[in-house]
Design a protein. Structure first.
Lengths: 161, 161
DNA sequence: ACAGTCGTTGACGTCAACGTCAATGACTAG
DNA sequence: CTAGTCATTGACGTTGACGTCAACGACTGT
């Protein structure tokens, strides 16, 4: 036994499992590590990468920011740095080394969070406006279609009568 | 006079003006033409591209689909093809060559429009969910911050008293 | 012990969406 | 008519985000 099935243990995953579970390639995971986006939780004695569930969540988060927000990996890197600082605070929270500093970091993280929130909201609003114009367009076309059909019905009437 | 300032005229613009007005490079406009995304309305006798306001709108539309929806130029090309068909119908609408065919094309275009609408809505909803989780996170952090401050106040009290 | 699979590190390839440069031609103010 | 600016067509370069391949080492069931 070399540390596997303990129910309270981290439950480490190989790169292949992670790739399969989140639907990315192994190459992508190694690339993310290369640019400092996702450092695996550890390594096997032989040097194989070992990931945790948290790492999976992180990759999923990265993909979401990519696809939904259209962020570059560099922008995502910045965002996740703030997230990492928050996590550092959470772990520090249970040790309470310097409450004043904790509060400062928390405020800093809140600012970052608010900035992201604003950008997400802005995008959401833009999408809302686009939706409205699309609906308006569809309504106009539907009306035009109705008129066309009415005209056609009249023509058919006079043609058949 | 070679067709410029008539108030009812097309009011053609050079590539430089268009690039400046929509905030893209000339290279980008030529590239869009190269891949068939934006064919200029005409050319000067010497071969310079001439664009209309409609072309400007089109470029703006392209950039919006790129930035907000994250579509590739190829996907945008497909979308705009449907849009172009609709425009063809609109111009045909005043000539009424074949109302049955018009109706068919209109229905086709409506389907495309609905597909886009659905995708926009899906993205909007995803953004909404992200917003909710961000707000929840912020709330938790704000609470943690409050607790920290309270603890600090107590500490300060005992320290000062 | 060993075959078969999984993983590792380079290194080079790729694709979209342009940027940049060079050589040449178009257009415009004076 | 001419200087200065704007535009045109290649052609090659670039950047991000990976894909792919080779040569090798790690791990697993039997």
């Amino acid at each position: 036994m070399s540390g596997e099935k303990g129910p309270g243990e981290p439950a480490l995953l190989s790169i292949g499992k992670v790739a399969e579970q989140v639907g990315v390639s192994e190459r992508t995971l190694r690339y993310y590590e290369q640019i400092g986006l996702l450092v695996p939780a550890g390594h096997s004695p032989g040097g194989c990468r070992r990931y945790t569930r948290a790492d999976i969540d992180r990759v999923a988060h990265i993909r979401e920011l990519q696809s939904v927000m259209g962020y570059s990996l560099e922008e995502i890197h910045d965002l996740l740095r703030a997230q990492d600082r928050l996590d550092a605070i959470r772990s520090a929270y249970h040790q309470a080394p310097e409450p004043a500093r904790q509060a400062h970091l928390l405020e800093e993280a809140l600012v970052t969070l608010d900035q992201l929130r604003e950008r997400v909201q802005a995008k959401s609003e833009r999408l809302g406006r686009i939706l409205a114009t699309l609906d308006a367009k569809a309504a106009r076309y539907r009306q035009a279609l109705g008129e066309l059909r009415e005209a056609e019905a009249v023509t058919t009437d006079s043609g058949a009568g």
